[in-house]
Design a protein around this ligand. Structure first.
Ligand SMILES: C[S@@+](CC[C@H](N)C(=O)[O-])C[C@H]1O[C@@H](n2cnc3c(N)ncnc32)[C@H](O)[C@@H]1O
Length: 280
């Protein structure tokens, strides 16, 4: 699905499907900029320089973990917030900024019938999101692209809601793309998120700080918290979960030895869900 609100990342004119049916082209008067759709259905809208974001391995580990629905209670709480505070449903457009593999956006689309726009710097992540959407028959309502959350390739005021889970929060850009009265839902790790996992790996365990990049201008409508048990019975699931955390990149060899010795783990996932509304 190529929504009418996608903008050319180069000349910022609106885009439409090209004549060959396999690329997105802008309506720029002097030069047409075209971006080919990948086989999986996503489009890379980062022009001129290589995209970054999560690696193939990081996306694979995240997907392996999320697809077992260990974080379904969190997804459902976000979906509940969208419905309750934003009246999001059929006909609404929801943009996931830093969507990863689309787990949350695709689930929201299935449950609420919404139209979804998923943007992430990682082509491996959006490829998975787009393929999953197609497989589940959501393809017509979903659009996935490689793009930075600092410069989203969409028109001003096009989204009824923006969701942003564990990815950079860019208040000014999200405010730009939201309709007046639109909802911004930001999710961060709660202070005791995965505490037992950290205890298993480290001698000394600290509580998590609140996200440092929370919006400061948009009015906060609600601060919700959710907590649930995650029970893992396989070493590879424990490793996948650990690799989804920032600790993965700053753990000593001794910590990894302790991680790899684990064969089962019960830990609590604790998330903070902040709901903001762009003023009318
Ligand atoms: C911790 S993952 C969270 C992914 C997803 N929201 C989830 O919760 O499963 C962070 C994601 O942000 C993406 N990311 C990091 N910086 C970004 C940027 N500037 N623009 C778009 N995506 C970015 C990464 O590629 C990665 O997929």
């Amino acid at each position: 699905m190529i929504p009418s609100m996608i903008k050319c990342p180069i000349c910022h004119t609106m885009m439409a499907m090209g004549e060959n049916g396999r690329s997105l082209c802008c309506t720029g008067e002097r030069k047409k900029h075209c971006f080919d759709l990948a086989a999986g259905g996503y489009v890379n809208l980062i022009s001129g320089h290589a995209a970054g974001g999560d690696s193939r391995e990081a996306v694979r580990a995240r997907t392996a973990f999320l697809e077992q629905d260990h974080y379904a209670p969190l997804a459902d709480e976000v979906i509940r917030a969208l419905r309750e505070y934003g009246d999001i449903g059929v006909g609404s457009t929801v943009l996931d900024a830093g969507c990863g593999d689309g787990y949350y956006l695709n689930r929201a689309a299935e449950q609420l019938g919404l139209t979804g726009l998923g943007f992430d710097l990682s082509k491996f992540a959006v490829d998975h999101g787009a393929k999953t959407a197609r497989r589940r028959g959501l393809g017509e309502r979903m659009f996935y692209a490689v793009a930075s959350v600092f410069e989203l390739p969409v028109a001003d005021g096009c989204a009824d809601a923006v969701i942003n889970l564990f990815a950079p929060c860019v208040e000014k850009e999200y405010a730009r793309v939201l309709k007046q009265g639109g909802l911004l839902v930001v999710v961060g790790a709660g202070e005791k998120h995965l505490y037992e996992l950290k205890q298993a790996v480290y001698d000394e365990v600290y509580l998590n700080d609140t996200r440092a990049d929370l919006p400061t201008e948009m009015p906060l409508v609600a601060h919700l918290t959710t907590e649930f048990e995650v029970n893992l019975e396989r070493a590879e699931d424990i490793e996948s979960l650990f690799s989804m955390t920032p600790y993965y990149y700053r753990t000593s060899a001794r910590g990894f030895a302790r991680l790899h010795a684990l064969t089962r783990l019960s830990t609590r996932a604790c998330a903070d869900i902040y709901v903001y509304r762009k003023p009318e």
